[in-house]
Write a protein that binds this ligand. Structure first.
Ligand SMILES: Cc1cc2nc3c(=O)[nH]c(=O)nc-3n(C[C@H](O)[C@H](O)[C@H](O)COP(=O)(O)OP(=O)(O)OC[C@H]3O[C@@H](n4cnc5c(N)ncnc54)[C@H](O)[C@@H]3O)c2cc1C
Length: 426
């Protein structure tokens, strides 16, 4: 039998129906309802209702080009909730990192690859939010990204400069009229081939991070060239390899001049890493909710497999670890929101402490999401590895989370540096 997605059906109708988006949301909500402030729980449920309706209305099979969905998701205010965006005469309520966590949970249960793609839009949104300087072209780009009319990407990594991102080879040469000419290559940009706006980092002197600039690029300009690279574990996300040939950046689009770019790059890293933590936590919940529903229904030897200790006990452990990660992530989100409310920005000392915390959470959450996806798939047997559910998406996407946003070793490096600094305080 072939199901409505055109796939051979391996899971029986009753279980497949129970694995619906609505039921997986319900499982998540029962876990979180005692810990979330009412405002956040209400927002989570509202976002969930949108995605349930969106899936049903459009008969979504999760094989589609998800970039086509983003304008409608943007209209609903679900591309990002990191800010109120009053600068754009918008009034997102609630907003902040905790709300962003809720948005990520709702969106990831619906479609993990879409959620990661939108995550890269947010990476382009954040620098524009900080460095728009009331400039019309920047505010216009910001609005288009926030409302999902356009897509964005950030271009840091180069073919020869990955972890060592600061020593860039892509150059920007200032012209007499204040514009810059950019030449060089970038690689692995999430959304690169789909991006309308790009935030590009380049240096006026090769290998010198102190000369780094941050530039906004309209990808329809001459000199921007992008090829799609294939990441088989996330086949629906477009990643790009970009070549810049005499790409001219007018002065209005210079977000940070040479010398300012490096600081601009680092100021975004905490929130970028915490954004990845939100994705990882959502992916772990998504996997656990599939396995819990499946193991409660699937019978072997005349009993539900959850009742066998070999299935029920490891699943309980994964559930405990996912809950643990959720509560600590929630705590960090709430602390960030409180500081933002109090000071309008993150105090320097808090931001510094957050560097190690973001690395700790990024490391642990990336490992957990990968383990949860693999172990949950394993506990579901053939049903966990066939293409009838989102488990296949989760298996793929969780395998790349340790690499983007700074690899495992780079997080370990940051943490060990902090241990050295702490020791020196003794
Ligand atoms: C799915 C995905 C999405 C991405 N999205 C973006 C994006 O949107 N924009 C963007 O600019 N980039 C993006 N990247 C690039 C990503 O940030 C880089 O892949 C990452 O920084 C590592 O660089 P690299 O691939 O060149 O690996 P390398 O830096 O060559 O690392 C190879 C190995 O060596 C290790 N290593 C390197 N240096 C050290 C060291 N000092 N000590 C110990 N070990 C070390 C690494 O940990 C890794 O295991 C993305 C990557 C992926 C996979």
């Amino acid at each position: 039998m072939v199901n409505k997605k055109g796939q051979v059906q391996c899971i029986n109708d009753e279980i497949l129906e129970k694995l619906s988006l609505k039921n997986r949301y319900k499982f998540l909500n029962y876990n979180l309802m005692s810990y979330l402030p009412k405002e956040q729980l209400d927002f989570l449920k509202k976002a969930q209702r949108f995605f349930i309706g969106f899936e049903r209305k459009n008969n979504i099979t999760h094989n589609e080009d998800f970039y086509e969905w983003i304008p409608e998701i943007g209209k609903e205010g679900l591309v990002t909730r990191i800010n109120k965006f009053d600068i754009l005469d918008m009034n997102y309520e609630p907003h902040g990192l905790t709300t962003e966590f809720m948005r990520t949970l709702a969106s990831d249960f619906f479609d993990p690859q879409l959620t990661m793609g939108m995550g890269a839009n947010i990476l382009a949104i954040n620098p524009l939010l900080i460095h728009h300087e009331d400039n019309e072209v920047r505010l216009n780009a910001l609005k288009e990204l926030v409302t999902g009319q356009k897509n964005g990407c950030i271009c840091i990594t180069e073919p020869e400069r990955g972890s060592d991102a600061v020593h860039m080879l892509t150059t920007c040469d200032q012209q007499e009229d204040g514009s810059f000419i950019v030449n060089g290559e970038k690689i692995y940009q999430t959304n690169g081939p789909k991006a309308d706006w790009a935030v590009v980092y380049a240096v006026s002197e090769k290998n010198s991070g102190n000369t780094m600039a941050q530039l906004l690029v309209d990808t329809s300009w001459e000199g921007w060239n992008v090829e799609r690279i294939n990441i088989p574990w996330t086949p629906r996300i477009y990643l790009g390899k970009e070549t810049f040939t005499n790409l001219r950046i007018p002065p209005d689009y210079v977000l940070g001049k040479p010398g300012q770019g490096r600081e601009h790059l680092f100021e975004g890293l905490n929130i970028e890493r915490l954004g990845i933590v939100l994705l990882n936590t959502a992916q772990a919940w998504n996997a656990v909710s599939h396995a819990v529903i499946y193991a409660n229904m699937r019978k072997q030897f005349d009993r539900e497999i959850l009742k066998y200790q070999g299935v029920g006990f490891p699943l309980s452990d994964l559930w405990a670890e996912t809950m643990n990660l959720t509560l600590s992530t929630l705590n960090v989100c709430q602390m960030v929101d409180k500081k933002m409310e109090q000071f309008g920005t993150l105090p320097k000392e808090f931001s510094l402490a957050l560097v190690a915390t973001a690395s700790q959470l990024k490391s642990i959450s990336a490992k957990l999401s990968q383990k949860a996806a693999y172990e949950c798939a394993n506990l579901m047997g053939g049903a966990g590895v066939c293409d009838n559910t989102l488990m296949q998406d989760l298996l793929g996407i969780t395998r790349i989370q340790e690499i983007g946003g700074g690899t495992r070793q780079i997080q370990q490096y940051i943490m060990s540096l902090t241990l050295r600094q702490l020791y020196k305080l003794l």
